[in-house]
Design a binder for this molecule. Sequence first.
Ligand SMILES: Cc1cc2nc3c(=O)[nH]c(=O)nc-3n(C[C@H](O)[C@H](O)[C@H](O)COP(=O)(O)OP(=O)(O)OC[C@H]3O[C@@H](n4cnc5c(N)ncnc54)[C@H](O)[C@@H]3O)c2cc1C
Length: 363
Amino acid sequence: MSRADTLHTFAVENIRPAADTLIRQDGFPHDIWQALGDAGHLGYGLPDWGGTAVDRGTLFDLGQALADGAEVIGFATSWMTHHMVATGVIAPFATGDQAAKILPRVARGDLSCCIAISEPGAGAHPKHLKTRAEKTSSGWRLTGEKAWLTNGPIAGLFVVVAIVSEDAGRKRFGAFLVPEDAPGLVRTDTIHIDFAKPSGHCGIRMDGVELPDDAYLAGAGDAVETVLKRFRRIEDAQGLALSAGGMGVEIRHLSTILPADQALALAGLAADRELFRSAARTLVIDSDGDPASPEHEARLLALRAFARGFQARVRELLTSAMQDDGFLKLLSRDMTELGRVAERVDQAKLARSGAALLQGSRA
Ligand SMILES: Cc1cc2nc3c(=O)[nH]c(=O)nc-3n(C[C@H](O)[C@H](O)[C@H](O)COP(=O)(O)OP(=O)(O)OC[C@H]3O[C@@H](n4cnc5c(N)ncnc54)[C@H](O)[C@@H]3O)c2cc1C
C-alpha cells in the first residue's frame, strides 16, 4: 500500500465519519490530530528528524488523499500548512541547533508551527508591513501585529516576518522563530475567518517581545524573497493537491443529488477534474514544488484560475440539485473561499506579465 493509500484509509476511517460535525466546528480536533501524528502522518518531508522522506509527486498524492478521504478541506489545510512551514521555511533555513529543537517535535505532531506574514490593513504586501525587529544587546525585540494565521490557535511556534532595517525608505526583512509563550505575545481575533473549519485562524500582537539571538532565522536572509514570495508559491502549488481532492468529494456528492438531465454537466466536471489533477501534479513535480520560473508560474496561475472556475460550476449545479446537501454547500463554500486567498496576488502577477506582453509586441 502506498503512503497516500495509507493516509486515505486513515482519513476514511477516522475523519470522514465526523466530517459533518468537523466542517461546522469551531474548536480544533486535537484527538484526531494526535492520532494522525501517532500514525506517522505529520512528519512528511522530514526524514532527518524522525519523519518520512517523500518525493514531490508523493506529497501531492498525500494532500489529495487526505482531502478526498476526510472530505473536510479545512482539516486538510491545517495538515498542509503544518508540513509547508516545517519543510518550506524551517528545514531549509534553520541552523542545525534550531532545527534539532523544533523539527523532531513537529514530525511527531507534538508541535505545530505557523507562518506569520500578513498584517491587518496590509495583507501580505511587503511595502505595507509594519512589524519591526530591533537588535538589542542580547538578541532582538519584536513589535507589531499579524493576522489571518492558519493554525495560529494550535501553534507552539510562529515564524514571524519583520522589518530588520530600513535604508533610504527601503525595508529589509528577516524571519524569526517566536514561541507562543514569549512574554509580550498575545493571540488576537482582529480578523475573524468563518470558513475552512475546523482549521483555526487567529492573529498575534507582539508588544516588545524579547528574543535571544538564536531566534533569528539567519539562513533565510532576505525574507521577502525566501519566505514571503517563496511561501506563497509553495502554498499555491501544494494547495492544488487539496483542490484536486476536494473536487473529487464534490463530484461524489453531486452524483447523489443531481437529476438525470445533469449527467452531461457532471461528466464534464469529472473530466475537467481529472485534467486538473494530472496537470497540477505534473507542475508540482516539474517545478520541484516551487513554481518560480515564468513558465511554471504561468501554469500555476492558469490552474488556480481553472479551480476557481470549477467552483463556480459546482455552485451553479447545486442550484439544480433534487435535494439539499447542506454538507456539500459548506464544502463548496470552503473551496470557493480558499480559492480566493491570494487571488489579488495572482491578478497582480497576471497584470505584470500582460503588460510585458503588450510592451514586447509593440517594441
Ligand atoms: C483562509 C486564510 C488563511 C490565511 N493564512 C495565512 C497565514 O497562515 N499566514 C499569513 O501570514 N497570512 C495568511 N493569510 C492572509 C493572506 O495571505 C492575505 O494576506 C490576506 O487574505 C489579505 O488578502 P488581500 O487580498 O487583502 O491581500 P494580499 O493577498 O496580501 O494581496 C495584496 C497585494 O499584495 C501584493 N502581494 C502580496 N503577497 C505577494 C506575493 N507573494 N508576491 C507578489 N505580490 C504580493 C500584491 O500586489 C497584491 O495585490 C490567510 C488568509 C486567509 C483568508
